[in-house]
Design a protein around this ligand. Sequence first.
Ligand code: PEP
Length: 255
Amino acid sequence: MNKTLRKAVIAGNWKMNKTPSEAKALIEEMKPLVADADCGVVLCVPFVDLPAALEAAKGSNIAIGAQNCHFEKSGAFTGEISGGMLAELGVEYVIIGHSERRQYFGETDVTVNKRTLAALDAGLKVILCVGELLEQREQGITDEIVAMQVKVALQGVTAEQLSNVIIAYEPVWAIGTGRTATADQAEEVCALIRNTVAGLYCPNCAAALTIQYGGSMNAKNADELVGKENVDGGLIGGASLKAADFSVIVAAASK
Ligand code: PEP
């Protein structure tokens, strides 16, 4: 496996933060700070911020993403947004299966798979989130849980479509808690994900796959985490709301 076969990507997940005017201001502040990045830079913003974010990021190296999309193309699904709606706006990425969606909005491995297929079908790139709960880590079943999440989520995804998928390993106990997985823990599970994908597809497909770590990654710990062989950047929550911190993480992934 060779890190040069794939691209590191730093993606911000703004969650339910920033109004459209605040989004515009933050992206304007970030643009010059990440302009020299030698990695992918993505900002996943609230749905209503998408037009302002797309406009603000125009002509820059920042790609814009959403934080979820529904698995049907249209219909009686009040409050939902389809992949096609996002694609028509010019949105490039979508996060699927974030642990907060699983925890608070009834997302399951099966709906994560359906949303992944629908998003890919709409032409979006998917940041697919997987990760174990604290109890599962303590029970020693992290590998089984994460491998199963990956296998179910990728059911029906072709090898060609896999090139539009990023997998984000996000241990649930590390998200928004300030408790980061050690670089060795992150590396271990990211390597497991790569081996799982190699088994499902082929070794080359796995070697080319971007696998991020997410969970309290910040300006201080990013260097060590993204330096690991199987960690190709990160999905960043809290620290993506501060231009200076986010740009330090982007710089770490650009080395
Ligand atoms: C996330 O929301 O995906 C995340 C990793 O959040 P935080 O960086 O705040 O832990």
